[in-house]
Design a binder for this molecule. Structure first.
Ligand SMILES: C[S@@+](CC[C@H](N)C(=O)[O-])C[C@H]1O[C@@H](n2cnc3c(N)ncnc32)[C@H](O)[C@@H]1O
Length: 255
């Protein structure tokens, strides 16, 4: 199980400090594979629909990674004037910056900022829509991040949508139950899905929608890229697949 633990540890801990652990290439590959995966697309489309429903003028994506979802928002909502992506990884943001340059800005001001979700570089009440997609699982203090979101959100029209994995549902087919139960132990906040409703309401938000999606990663190549799982750990079963529930919660200000 030693190689299992090392690979799992790398795949899980890279997200906590992408640049200093030298993991930006592996993380970029994993994020691109997740963005292409049809089951990830389904929950991401739902998340974006909830986020953009009220026609926000400003949007903040916390833990924006390669900027894929942030830049997609430009094509999904016509009233947007300001898009802000925040991530601690300068390396991931370089890719986001290149993607931004290739895309027609359509008059939207797009900012990509290196920073920490624990201290958002935004004034009080300034943001209409906040996206937090699979980021809280990796931060030191999710409750501080949620308080920061509440400080920055437009108190009358603001909406926040958070998506986090429920690691208690992680399963791998073909007799890999032990591996599936060990894998999430390296995620900093592996019980984030259980904590999420409380974190949202304790910070002052009121939950408006709560949905669960199941993502599936099939085949050795994507299992290796996304979870760091190799055939040495999984055996040579060609149809091996992993599933995981993702919880998506929308909320508005209760005041
Ligand atoms: C699983 S990735 C998700 C990226 C993107 N939201 C997506 O769905 O493709 C988690 C992201 O959170 C970022 N992250 C980790 N710690 C953070 C922190 N303290 N503040 C903001 N972002 C953080 C990582 O650098 C990484 O880009």
């Amino acid at each position: 199980m030693q190689c299992t633990q090392e690979a799992a540890q790398k795949a899980a801990t890279y997200y906590q400090a992408v640049d200093s652990l030298g993991g930006h290439f592996a993380v970029a590959q994993a994020l691109n594979a997740m963005s292409r995966n049809p089951s990830f697309k389904i929950y991401k489309e739902y998340l974006s629909a909830c986020l953009l429903r009220e026609g926000p003028r400003s949007l903040l994506d916390i833990g924006c990674g390669l900027g894929t979802d942030l830049l997609d928002a430009q094509n999904l909502a016509s009233g947007l004037k300001v898009l802000l992506g925040l991530d601690p990884s300068v390396q991931l943001l370089k890719t986001a910056e290149k993607r931004k340059e290739k895309q027609d800005s359509k008059g939207v001001a797009v900012g990509l900022v290196a920073g920490d979700a624990l201290q958002l570089p935004v004034g009080n009440d300034k943001i209409d829509a906040i996206r937090v997609d699979r980021c809280l699982q990796h931060v030191d203090a999710p409750s501080i991040v949620m308080r920061e979101c509440y400080r920055c959100i437009n108190p009358t029209e603001g909406v926040i949508v958070c998506a986090e994995p429920d690691w208690s549902t992680f399963a791998i087919s073909h007799g890999n139950d032990q591996l599936a139960s060990e894998w999430p132990s390296n995620i900093l906040n592996r019980d984030i899905a259980q904590q999420l409703p409380r974190l949202i309401t304790d910070s002052g938000f009121q939950i408006t929608n709560h949905r669960r999606f199941r993502v599936e990663v099939a085949g050795l190549r994507d299992l290796s890229v996304i979870f760091g799982l190799s055939s040495a750990m999984l055996g040579d079963e060609p149809h091996v697949a992993a599933t995981l529930d993702i919880l998506v919660i929308s909320a508005t200000c209760s005041s």
